[in-house]
Design a protein around this ligand. Structure first.
Ligand code: ATP
Ligand code: MG
Length: 355
């Protein structure tokens, strides 16, 4: 005789249903909104945001099959509430701006955050290496778009300066088989301090198109924090395939992450997912896990924005050291669990932006 059915038992079973194309399940993505058990009958509500009609169909089939496989269930009804992504909804209202492609580049992906210092550059650098792949399967470029505090030189251990051809095409720096550029490379000394508003906009527009990126599968743009002139110029004038938002689990960072997300939504740029950085700390002395900036923030925010939580990157000494010594962790220790979390982000991008 089987025990009475509970909504917890149903939820536990639904944790085995993966979101199509992801290794994560529909419960941890926060998509299951309601579970009702009526004797041997089960009703489940699932809300998803997607423009792909196959996804709701697959989730419905898999969730129904999963529930019906529980002993004692006579009937499972899965109700799906499907809505279009915010960007698509805006497009329908005619809110789009002309955004042009960068020549030779298949996908331009922005790494953004609302709050400063949450680890955008760390994520962008390691993500670029992870996307390139250990056998150089993809051609990847990384551009540090912070003219006030460029960090790509430090993170990749180079103070080489880019050169330009006679026609004025700027040649990126090659490091670890990546094409690297920094918007700050050409502005040395005191120049950045005097660049304001329209000048920043003009410089940004000109810069991105003057670089000879070569044929790239992915170009990662490491944006400055917030929603200033550089970020607005980029999101309004470059055809971005998508954006990744980096946050820490802290409420202040999450509120700012939301602002960054709405900047992309306004210009129809899809958010490919959220990365929660400094998620936890494993103490080397006692092996315990400490949630220094709290827990669950990234997961809640991802569910709120209806985007996947792509990875939870720990606060780790080796990651900080690798950035400061010019060898990203994905280069110096590709087998580490943290490098694996960057590969997880890369895989999600490759699935959403195939080349
Ligand atoms: N998970 C982590 N573990 C340890 N240190 C980290 C981690 N993420 C980032 N850091 C360190 O925190 C500092 C800030 O990170 P980073 O420069 O990547 O942030 P950012 O968001 O790009 O900052 P900014 O807003 O100034 O551009 C750096 O010293 C970096 O090495
Ligand atoms: Mg940065």
């Amino acid at each position: 005789m089987s025990s009475p059915l509970t909504s917890d038992a149903i939820l536990a079973q639904l944790r085995g249903v993966k979101y199509p194309g992801y290794s994560r399940d529909i419960v941890s993505f926060g998509l299951v909104k309601d579970v009702q058990v009526d004797g041997t009958r089960v009703n489940v509500k699932i809300a998803i945001t997607t423009a792909d009609a196959n996804i709701p169909k697959q989730i419905e089939e898999n969730a129904t099959a999963a529930i019906e496989s529980i002993p004692g269930v006579s009937e499972a009804t899965v109700h799906l509430d499907v809505s279009a992504p915010i960007s698509k909804a805006l497009q329908a209202e005619g809110g789009s701006l002309p955004q042009t492609k960068i020549e030779g580049v298949k996908h331009v992906i922005a790494v953004a955050s609302g709050k400063g210092g949450v680890g955008k550059s760390t994520v962008a650098a390691n993500l670029a290496v992870a996307l390139r792949g250990e056998k150089n399967t993809s051609k990847v470029g990384l551009c540090d778009c912070d003219i006030y505090g460029p960090s790509v030189g430090l993170m990749f251990g180079t103070n080489e300066r880019p050169t330009a051809t006679e026609e004025g095409r700027i040649q990126p720096i090659r490091r670890y088989d990546l094409n690297l550029m920094s918007m700050g490379f050409l502005l040395e000394g005191d120049t950045p301090a005097i660049l304001r508003g329209p000048m920043v906009t003009r410089y940004t527009q000109q810069f991105l198109r003057s670089v000879d990126w070569g044929d790239l599968d992915y170009l990662i743009l490491d944006l400055p924090p917030g929603t200033g002139d550089i970020q607005l110029t980029i999101v309004q004038t470059v055809a971005l395939s998508g954006a990744i938002i980096v946050t820490t689990p802290q409420e202040v960072a999450l509120i700012d992450a939301r602002k960054a997300a709405s900047m992309f939504a306004k210009v129809n740029v899809p958010i490919l997912g959220l990365v929660e950085n400094m998620s936890y700390f494993i103490c080397p002395n006692d092996g315990n896990r400490y949630a220094i900036f709290g827990t669950g923030g990234g997961e809640r925010e991802a569910a709120r924005l209806h985007v996947p939580l792509l990875a939870q990157v720990p606060l780790e000494m080796a990651l900080r050291e690798s950035c400061d010594t010019g060898r990203p962790l994905t280069v110096s220790d590709p087998a580490s669990a943290t490098s694996q979390s960057f590969r997880q982000i890369a895989e999600a991008i490759q699935r959403q932006c195939p080349v």
